[in-house]
Write a protein that binds this ligand. Structure first.
Ligand code: PLP
Length: 428
């Protein structure tokens, strides 16, 4: 049976009638564009327009869309099996991918737990840390310390460590686990801030299971960058105070900041690391949690006898095969040069935004470009201004930002930057 085509107006109407969108309401605050297909860096709309994707589908599509190598890996895997349960069974795609991840992440990370999404991987990472301390008879160590301005996902444990200052999860403050917050890390290394962190970690060490942070780049909590030396300090403070360290590399992983992982800017290894988003090159939802042998063995020797977590779609073979192809593709290419060229392109392209009325800051790190405005950007106005210039952007609050696919050409990066500047003009 051939599925019946629904015309564009009907798609939009049905969407508005039945479908929740991220952070969505009914009726939706903006009218979604209908995407028909995507290839390379371009989204093709139902009405025939083409947009360069300046968002890489929220950090994920680093190779763009429909990459022939990843498509082929997916087709080959589909011909074998798309899914099989992971309890009591294993398969080559999972084993290979785990070996690859262990090979490219900091050396102390040796064990891999496959999760369904970034938020779930944070849940797993936190559970690992709490269970580690329980296994050692120190169940009182169950709180987390983080710095303000963070974002770690939308389920309840990640929400408890998101930015608490009027952030997107403010509605739930009264029922979220009470965590410990340090101020937002300054962009530059600051001894006073280091001392604040040290004092907080020391005074709460008896109840702290772990410190959890986004290394070097804070994403959806404010798109802020900070000095990598804070990671070195956190490692030292955690070691001195018997606290575990979790790095959330869900947005920063796989080259985005100019190193394979943001932790590599400081050559620091956390005890637990979460990766997601670009793990599958943006093809499917999957994340992974890596941890040390010590954590895995301590949990395994504890009273539960293992980590009490096992999602139905754990280590989905199709997602594993796709992730493997995505990482192989990345490491085979000169991704550092690609990210560096994007960085240079964004520096040049966003320069005209500096000094515009209403522009508070312009910052660039690796393949990430951010314009911070003094006030909120009206979403529909921003989208319209970017789409008019053939670019897909999704500003939030007072931030107009981009993280282009690594395959973007200098002209495409220039077009994205131009659209961002146009959004600022429109908003100002
Ligand atoms: N952690 C960080 C740093 C993120 O940027 C995100 C998503 O934007 C998440 C966690 C949550 O990942 P997911 O949306 O896959 O649940």
């Amino acid at each position: 049976m051939v599925a019946q085509e629904v015309n564009e107006q009907d798609v939009v109407a049905l969407d508005a009638q039945h479908v929740w969108h991220p952070y969505g309401a009914f009726p939706p605050s903006t009218v979604p564009l209908v995407v028909e297909s995507a290839s390379g860096v371009r989204l093709r709309l139902r009405d025939g327009r083409e947009l360069i994707d300046g968002m890489s589908s929220w950090w994920a599509a680093i190779h763009g869309y429909q990459h022939p190598v990843i498509d082929e890996a997916a087709t080959n895997q589909l011909a074998r099996m798309s899914h099989v349960m992971f309890g009591g069974l294993t398969h080559e795609p999972a084993v290979r991918l785990a070996q690859t991840l262990v090979g490219i992440t900091p050396q102390p990370l040796q064990k891999v737990f496959f999760a369904d999404s970034g938020s779930v991987s944070i849940e797993v990472a936190v559970k690992m840390c709490l269970q580690y301390w329980r296994s050692l008879g120190r169940g009182e160590k169950r709180r987390l310390l983080t710095w303000r301005g963070g974002y770690h996902g939308d389920t309840f444990t990640p929400m408890s460590v998101c930015d608490p200052d009027g952030g997107m999860h403010a509605l739930w403050t009264d029922i979220l686990a009470e965590q410990i917050f340090a101020p937002v890390p300054p962009a530059d290394f600051d001894l006073e801030y280091r001392d604040t962190l040290a004092a907080l970690i020391r005074s709460h060490a008896h109840e702290l299971a772990a410190v959890i942070v986004e290394p070097v780049v804070q994403g959806a909590g404010g798109m802020r960058f900070h000095d990598a030396r804070y990671l070195t300090e956190l490692r030292r403070l955690c070691d001195e105070n018997d606290v575990l360290l979790i790095f959330d590399e869900i947005a920063t992983g796989f080259g985005r900041t100019g190193e394979m992982f943001a932790a590599d800017h400081a050559n620091v290894s956390p005890d637990v690391m979460c990766v997601g988003k670009a793990l599958t090159g943006g093809y499917l939802t999957m994340a992974a949690v890596l941890c040390t042998d010590l954590i895995a063995h301590t949990i395994s020797a504890g009273e539960a006898g293992g980590l009490m977590h096992g999602p139905t779609f754990m280590a989905n073979p199709l997602a594993c095969a796709i992730s493997q192809a995505s990482i192989d593709l990345l490491t085979a290419r000169d991704w550092r040069r690609e990210v560096d060229e994007i960085e240079q392109g964004l520096r040049a392209g966003l320069a005209p935004a500096r000094g515009l009325p209403g522009v508070r800051d312009v910052r660039i790190k690796g393949a990430i470009g951010v314009i911070e405005l003094a006030g909120p950007v009206p979403m529909q106005l921003a989208t319209d201004a970017a789409v008019k210039r053939g670019v897909w952007l999704r500003p939030f609050r007072n931030l107009v930002y981009t993280m282009p696919p690594f395959i973007s050409t200098p002209d495409e990066v220039a077009q994205i930057a131009d659209a961002m500047v146009a959004v600022c003009h429109a908003a100002g």
